[in-house]
Ligand binder design. Sequence first.
Ligand SMILES: [Zn+2]
Length: 58
Amino acid sequence: MQVIDPVCGMTIDGDKSAGREVWQGQTYYFCSKSCQEKFRATPDRYAKKAGDHRHAHD
Ligand SMILES: [Zn+2]
């Protein structure tokens, strides 16, 4: 499964990601622990950018 690291924009394999975070019902994958930590510190900053094109039904 190919996913995009929302912090650095890198395409990674979701099964081999360094970490994942569930935020507002959505799972995000990261290439490294440092990207995961950045996301955890300010998830809204990164998650909005990644999900901008989609309109979540929540
Ligand atoms: Zn990254």
